[in-house]
Ligand binder design. Structure first.
Ligand SMILES: NC(=O)C1=CN([C@@H]2O[C@H](COP(=O)(O)OP(=O)(O)OC[C@H]3O[C@@H](n4cnc5c(N)ncnc54)[C@H](OP(=O)(O)O)[C@@H]3O)[C@@H](O)[C@H]2O)C=CC1
Ligand SMILES: Nc1nc(=O)c2c([nH]1)NC[C@@H]1CN(c3ccc(C(=O)N[C@@H](CCC(=O)O)C(=O)O)cc3)C=[N+]21
Ligand SMILES: [Mg+2]
Length: 281
């Protein structure tokens, strides 16, 4: 078994991003990412702090707007409209999930697709699925970078993605398909899931179920990508894959933490930088 070190790859990419940021600054453009955080979700607080730290570390401008849980939907929509027209910000990210009284769909539609660094706007989703992407969701984008870095061959390989969310499972499947893998998407209603996952050369798991995938669910030599982030009662983080059970079966495997998570944040920075670089053209 070999570990896919997401943390190390993220650090390497950050150094490259820093050079691009400096270059852009010589043209008078400071790339900026603004994150909107509604309410007090403790997990979100951590991610948002990590994003701010990383943006600052590579020389980007970054700010977090912390809004009260009770904010009205229309206020949030107005704020997004203001940010859409503010040249300081090349990327706008609204941290999910949102409180129940705010429509996620309306909020995602309000962000101008050019600044939608998450790639969640229907136009960006549509562009990805039609094979002409503008912004790519950062978690699957980071996974593709990891597969590239570790020279994982995808063409003609059998890939199984477990989970069909708009932010991870679906875009992941499309990126793998664009790389010529044969892709199957599984979800909570899939029958004989284990039989399916055991056929995967590349197995991506994004379901939010603590250590759900075990030794009998993985083919010998498979590449296993674990997106899950599950915190146990002691505050310890676990993936959707039982790392201890699977590590000696997989040829390559991502740990949690230190795998997909750090790459997600770095790819967000990359998309923001790309949005800013487009201003030069
Ligand atoms: N490291 C990172 O950068 C990120 C990590 N995450 C983590 O990844 C996980 C998934 O996130 P997200 O995609 O947003 O989750 P969602 O809750 O939006 O989607 C979960 C998906 O998993 C499926 N699912 C749930 N239980 C099972 C099961 N027992 N068997 C098969 N499929 C199942 C669901 O099926 P159905 O559609 O039928 O309900 C659904 O499609 C979470 O742990 C999250 O914290 C998320 C984003 C980024
Ligand atoms: N609009 C929006 N965009 C997102 O990209 C988005 C979101 N909403 N909502 C929540 C999910 C989750 N997510 C993670 C980012 C980084 C880590 C990360 O850095 N994880 C570290 C550990 C962090 C820790 O210790 O808690 C690791 O895996 O090593 C994890 C999860 C982004 N998300
Ligand atoms: Mg979710």
């Amino acid at each position: 078994m070999k570990l896919i070190d997401g943390k190390a790859l993220a650090a390497k990419m950050q150094a490259e991003l820093k050079v691009r940021v400096e270059k852009l600054k010589t043209f008078g453009i400071v790339p900026g990412l603004i994150v909107i955080l509604v309410g007090e979700n403790p997990a979100s607080q951590i991610y948002v702090r990590n994003k701010e730290r990383q943006a600052t570390a590579i020389g980007m401008k970054s700010s977090v707007l912390r809004l009260p849980e009770e904010i009205e939907e229309v206020e949030l929509l107005n704020l997004i409209e203001t940010l859409n027209n503010d040249d300081t910000w090349h990327g706008i990210l609204v941290q999910l999930p949102l409180p129940a009284h705010i429509s996620e769909e309306k909020v995602l539609l309000a962000i101008t697709p050019e600044k939608d660094v998450d790639g969640f706007h229907p136009m960006n989703m549509g562009r990805l699925w039609s094979g002409n992407p503008l912004m790519i969701p950062s978690t699957p984008a980071g996974i593709m970078e990891m597969l590239r870095e570790y020279h994982v061959e995808l063409s003609g390989k059998r890939a199984v993605v477990v989970g069909r969310s708009n932010i991870v499972g679906k875009p992941m499947a499309q990126l793998l398909m664009m790389a010529d893998a044969t892709v199957t998407i599984a979800h909570s209603r899939t029958k004989n899931l284990s039989e399916l996952t055991r056929q995967a050369d590349i197995l991506v798991v994004a379901i939010g179920q603590d250590r759900f995938i075990g030794r009998n669910d993985v083919k010998e030599g498979a590449v296993v990508i674990d997106v899950g982030m599950n915190r146990d009662e002691n505050g310890k983080l676990h993936g959707d894959v039982d790392f201890e059970q699977v590590k000696d079966i997989a040829s390559l495997i991502t740990p949690v933490p230190g795998g997909v998570g750090p790459m997600t944040i770095t790819m967000l920075m990359e998309q923001t930088l790309r949005a800013a670089e487009r201003k030069l053209k």
